[in-house]
Design a protein around this ligand. Structure first.
Ligand code: ADP
Ligand code: MG
Length: 269
C-alpha cells in the first residue's frame, strides 16, 4: 500500500522542499521505499539531491504534458530515494495543462502508471510549488494526505485558510479521500514563546493537528543542498536531522491510523 503525501503551502521559503528531502531520507533509513516528485519549476528538490536540472533531457514535465512513461525519468539518488526530477520546463506545464481535460488527475495517473510498471513505493512525497495552481491541485488530487510546513511567525497563518479552502474543493470534486494530516512547524525558534503561541493559535483556529517535533532553525540546512544530499547525510546527528527522523516516525504511525470517517466530502470537520 502506497501512502501519497502532498507537502503544500503556497507561501515560499517555509521548508516544503527541505521537508520532502529530509523526511524522504528518514523514511528510507527506516527501510521504506520512497519516491519524491519535484513539482516546482525552480527544481530545488532535484538540485538539492545532487542532480543538475540542466543536464536532464527528460523530466516530470514530459510525463505530465507529453504522456511520457514515468519509469523513463526516475532517478535513484544517493539518499536512497527515487526521484521524479523537474526542470525549468515545468513552468510551461501549468499553462499547457490549463486547457486539458483531466488536468487534475495527471499526477494520480503518473503514480498509477508507475505501479502498473512494477514501481510500487511505500511512500510518494509530492513537493508542491509555492502557489495554489494546477500543479498543487493535481498533487492534492493524487494524495492521501496533505502536510503543511509552517514557519511560526506572526503572519504565517495568512494563506492557511486559502490552502484549506482548496483542500475542501479538492475533496468535493476530485479526491474524496484526501485528509489533512496537519502542520509541521519549520524554521522553529524554540527560544521564543512567540513561535509556540503562533503555532497554538493556528492549530486552534483551523482545527489542525500538529506533527511533532517542531523542526529547529539551524544553519546546517543551508549547507546540505550544495552537497547534493539531505541534512540526514550531511549532518547526521544534528538536531535538525534528529527532528526530521522523529517526525518521519510519527508520520509512519499516522499512516497506520484508520481513516477518519467524520470528514465526509464537502464538509469541513
Ligand atoms: P520552500 O520549498 O517552502 O520554498 P525550502 O525548503 O526551499 O522552502 O527552504 C527555504 C530556505 O530555508 C532554504 O534555503 C533552506 O535551506 C532553508 N531552511 C529550511 N529549513 C530550515 C531550517 N530548519 N533551518 C534553517 N534553514 C532552513
Ligand atoms: Mg520548494
Amino acid at each position: 500500500m502506497t501512502t501519497t503525501l502532498a507537502i503544500a503551502n503556497q507561501k515560499g521559503g517555509v521548508a516544503k522542499t527541505t521537508t520532502v528531502a529530509s523526511i524522504g531520507a528518514a523514511l528510507a533509513e527506516l527501510g521504506h521505499s520512497v519516491l519524491l516528485v519535484d513539482l516546482d519549476a525552480q527544481a530545488c528538490l532535484t538540485f538539492s539531491l545532487g542532480i543538475d536540472p540542466e543536464d536532464l533531457e527528460l523530466s516530470v514535465h514530459h510525463v505530465l504534458t507529453k504522456g511520457l512513461d514515468p519509469s523513463e525519468v526516475i532517478i535513484t539518488t544517493d539518499d536512497g530515494v527515487d526521484l521524479v526530477p523537474a526542470t525549468i520546463e515545468l513552468a510551461r506545464a501549468e499553462a499547457e495543462l490549463l486547457t486539458r481535460t483531466g488536468r487534475e488527475h495527471v499526477i494520480k495517473t503518473m503514480i498509477e502508471t508507475l505501479e502498473e510498471d512494477g514501481h510500487e513505493y511505500d511512500w510518494v512525497l509530492l513537493d508542491c510549488p509555492p502557489s495554489l495552481g494546477v500543479m498543487t491541485v493535481a498533487a492534492l488530487t493524487a494524495a492521501d494526505g496533505v502536510l503543511i510546513p509552517l514557519q511560526c511567525e506572526t503572519l504565517s497563518h495568512r494563506g492557511v485558510g486559502q490552502l484549506l479552502d482548496t483542500v475542501h474543493d479538492v475533496r468535493r470534486f476530485t479526491n474524496r479521500k484526501l485528509e489533512v494530516w496537519g502542520v509541521l512547524p519549520t524554521l522553529y525558534d524554540g527560544r521564543t514563546n512567540h513561535a509556540r503561541t503562533v503555532l497554538e493559535t493556528i492549530s486552534e483556529t483551523y482545527d489542525l493537528e500538529v506533527i511533532e517535533p517542531p523542526i529547529p532553525k539551524t544553519i546546517k540546512f543551508a549547507e546540505a543542498p550544495a552537497a547534493g544530499r539531505s541534512i540526514l547525510a550531511t549532518s547526521r546527528s544534528s538536531k535538525g536531522a534528529r527532528a526530521y527522523r522523529e517526525a518521519a516516525e510519527n508520520l509512519v504511525a499516522r499512516s497506520k491510523r484508520p481513516k477518519s470517517r467524520k470528514k465526509k466530502a464537502g464538509k469541513a470537520s
